[in-house]
Design a protein around this ligand. Structure first.
Ligand code: SF4
Length: 288
């Protein structure tokens, strides 16, 4: 009888974002330092590529907030310049050069958009629940096409997405699942928009492919919960959350606390992830 009562007790849902799940999958030790240890260990210095991504995302959000007549490519460039995040750059000159190149990038990208084609939402929080997860996350843009929602995710890194990346992205699938549930409108199409190259890759999910991504998310969450419980029960941190050294260690915010990670890859300058920008065209306009 006691077991029956336990089985009938509501299970506590695991609150997570796709980023949190990916963090556990990439490296349990990094997950522990990010989400479990309190106070969290201090991170390394800010990255220029994070500043770049934030600046571009913010500018595009503000661009869609403008009235349609002001949504010009020049306005997108001006919004990058006025909201530029100047952390992580080698010096003021590198920051200013990058600002102009990112302004040009957003100018080119918005020149290909119809400013009157109102998205359903921009930087929208979506959330839903399953038997195990309380899932939430922020979608860069939700378009509405032919009566269905489309998840649009902006990418600003060096590497352009390849065919198949949209289909295999757990984050995009979970956003589509959450958006459809929350807004009660079919959402199966997901797109990656790579701002530096203008390349767009897309995928059309099915019930089966979304279910597959969801099962994987629940499996990762189950493992993360089990590891956290083992740690609380006294298992050593490095056993409950082992390090998973690899190429990403050079980019890890916690490598200073991780001997295995430091051995796995070289220390990188905070601006190492943006050196590809020198290959981009600088902005011509200085519009507002
Ligand atoms: S440096 Fe590498 S192994 Fe260490 S926590 Fe970071 S990702 Fe994990």
């Amino acid at each position: 009888m006691a077991q029956l009562v336990l089985d009938e007790m509501p299970r506590r849902l695991f609150t997570c974002t796709p980023t949190r799940l990916a963090s556990f999958e990439d490296c349990p030790r990094r997950y522990r330092m990010t989400y479990v240890d309190r106070p969290a260990p201090p991170k390394g210095p800010p990255w220029a590529h994070t500043s770049l991504g934030t600046s571009a995302h913010n500018a595009l959000r503000l661009w869609w907030d403008e009235p349609a007549r002001r949504r010009t490519p020049e306005r997108a460039a001006a919004l990058v310049r006025s909201g530029w995040v100047a952390e992580g750059w080698r010096d003021d000159q590198q920051s200013a050069d990058a600002r102009d190149r990112v302004a040009a990038m957003c100018e080119r990208y918005t020149a290909g958009l119809d400013p009157t084609d109102e998205p359903r939402a921009v930087e929208r929080q979506v959330a839903t629940r399953t038997d195990l997860l309380a899932l939430h996350g922020r979608v860069d843009r939700l378009d509405e096409r032919d009566g269905e929602l489309v998840v649009v995710d902006y990418k600003t890194g060096r590497r352009a997405p390849q065919d198949g990346d949209a289909r295999t992205s757990p984050a995009l699938a979970l956003y589509a699942f959450a958006a459809e549930r929350m807004l009660r409108q079919r959402c199966r199409r997901v797109e990656l928009h790579h701002l530096p190259s203008g390349r767009i890759v897309e995928a059309e999910h099915t019930d089966e492919s979304l279910a597959r991504h969801l099962r994987r998310a629940e499996s990762i969450a189950t493992d993360a919960v089990a590891a956290t419980e083992r740690l609380a029960a006294g298992q050593p941190a490095d056993v409950a959350f082992p390090p998973r050294p690899g190429p990403l260690c050079s980019w890890c915010d916690y490598r200073r606390h991780c001997p295995e990670g430091r051995a796995a890859g070289p220390e990188l300058a905070p601006w190492a992830g943006v050196e590809y920008l020198a290959e981009q065209e600088p902005a011509a306009s200085q519009g507002t």
